[in-house]
Design a protein around this ligand. Structure first.
Ligand code: PEP
Ligand code: MN
Length: 331
C-alpha cells in the first residue's frame, strides 16, 4: 500500500459512459481502494454536460462487482442521497457549490439522519469562497446527523487557501482532512506537487480526478490525469513519519518561543505608544490617519526587507495588520 494509512479516492470528474467508468476503475483498482465519479454535476453553464444522472448508479455497482473497489459520488439533494445509498454507493461527497448554502447542507444532513442506510462517510468540500466558519458549520450539521465526516480542501479560485484548512484542522482535529489537488489547481501539471505538499502537511488523504482518456473528458479535462500517471505520482510521494520531538527540535522551539515573547512585548509597547499619539493628536485636533507618514514607514520597511532578504509581501502584510490596529487604537 503505497500511501500507508492515508486515504486515496480517485476516478473521473464525471461518469460519462459505462465503458469509460469501468476502464478507469480497472486501471485504478490495483492501488486505489475508493472509486469516485460524479453523476449529478453542478455545472456553471446549462449548456455543458450536467452528468449522466441516476443511470450512472448502475455503472458504479458494476465497478464494485468487477474491481472490489468502494464507490463515491456527489450528492446535492435529498433525492440524490436516497438514490445513491439505495444503489449501494459507499461514500457521498458534498461539492463546493452546495457547501456554500447552509440551508441545502441542512436538508442533506436531515436526509442522512433519517436514512436507514448510512454511507461509510460523507465528505464535505470547502465552500467556493474562503470561509472557514461556514465549512466548520457544515461539518457540525453533518456530525449532528450521526454520520462519519471527512473534510476535503479543494481550494478557492484554483488556489489553495491553507489558512482556512489549518483552521478546520485546529478546531476539529479528529475530522480527517483530504486534499483535492485537481479542483485546487485546475491543472494536471500541478497534481504531483500539491499532493506532495498535502503529505508534507500531514493531510489524511487525497481525492484526485483520473480519467482513462483525459483529453476527451466532458468536464474538467485540463485537470484529469490517466490512472498510469496517477500511479506514478502516488508511488513517488514521500511520506513523513510523525515522531515525538527530539532535543534539537525542542531547543529550536524554545528559541522561537523566546523570540515570540520579545515580539509580543514589542507589539504591546508599540500599541501603548500609538494610544499616546492618539491622545496627543486629539488634543491638537490633528487627523489620525496621515497617509504620507504611513507611506514613508512602509517604503522604509520594504527597503529593509530587500536588504535583509525577507519577502516584501510578508513585510507589507504584517505592517498592514499592525498599522490597521494602530489606527484603531487612536480612534
Ligand atoms: C467534483 O469533485 O467533481 C467537484 C465538482 O468538485 P467541487 O465541488 O470541489 O468543484
Ligand atoms: Mn471535476
Amino acid at each position: 500500500m503505497p500511501l500507508a494509512n492515508k486515504i486515496l479516492i480517485a476516478g473521473p470528474c464525471a461518469a460519462e459512459t459505462e465503458q469509460q467508468v469501468l476502464e478507469t476503475a480497472q486501471a485504478l483498482a490495483s492501488f486505489c481502494p475508493i472509486f469516485r465519479a460524479g453523476i449529478w454535476k453542478p455545472r456553471t453553464s446549462p449548456d455543458s454536460f450536467q452528468g449522466i444522472g441516476a443511470e450512472g448508479l448502475g455503472w458504479l455497482q458494476h465497478v464494485k462487482e468487477q474491481t472490489g473497489m468502494l464507490t463515491a459520488t456527489e450528492v446535492a439533494t435529498p433525492e440524490h442521497i436516497r438514490l445513491a445509498l439505495e444503489a449501494g454507493v459507499d461514500y457521498l461527497w458534498i461539492g463546493a457549490r452546495t457547501a456554500a448554502n447552509p440551508i441545502q447542507v441542512q436538508l442533506l444532513a436531515d436526509a442522512l439522519a433519517q436514512s436507514a442506510i448510512k454511507p461509510k462517510a460523507v465528505l464535505i468540500k470547502n465552500p467556493v469562497n474562503e470561509d472557514a466558519a461556514l465549512w466548520i458549520g457544515n461539518i457540525e450539521r453533518l456530525l449532528q446527523a450521526s454520520v462519519e465526516v471527512m473534510a476535503v480542501h479543494r481550494g478557492c479560485n484554483h488556489r489553495p487557501c491553507w489558512a482556512m484548512a489549518f483552521e478546520v484542522k485546529r478546531r476539529m482535529p479528529h475530522i480527517p482532512l483530504l486534499l483535492d489537488p485537481s479542483h485546487m489547481s485546475g491543472d494536471a501539471g500541478l497534481i504531483a506537487s500539491l499532493s506532495q505538499q498535502a503529505m508534507d502537511l500531514d493531510y489524511d488523504g487525497l481525492m484526485i480526478e483520473s480519467h482513462c482518456s483525459p483529453m476527451e473528458a466532458l468536464s474538467d479535462a485540463k485537470q484529469q490525469i490517466t490512472p498510469v500517471a496517477l500511479q506514478a505520482i502516488i508511488s513517488h510521494l514521500v511520506l513523513r513519519h510523525a515522531s515525538s520531538p527530539d532535543s534539537t527540535l525542542l531547543a529550536l522551539r524554545q528559541q522561537i518561543d523566546e523570540i515570540d515573547d520579545e515580539l509580543w512585548n514589542l507589539i504591546a509597547r508599540r500599541m501603548h505608544i500609538a494610544q499616546q499619539i492618539g491622545d496627543y493628536k486629539r488634543s491638537l485636533q490633528m487627523p489620525v490617519l496621515q497617509v504620507s507618514r504611513y507611506d514613508a514607514i512602509l517604503q522604509k520597511r520594504k527597503q529593509w526587507a530587500r536588504d535583509n532578504r525577507l519577502s516584501e509581501d510578508l513585510v507589507q502584510q504584517i505592517f498592514d495588520v499592525i498599522h490597521k490596529e494602530s489606527v484603531k487604537v487612536q480612534l
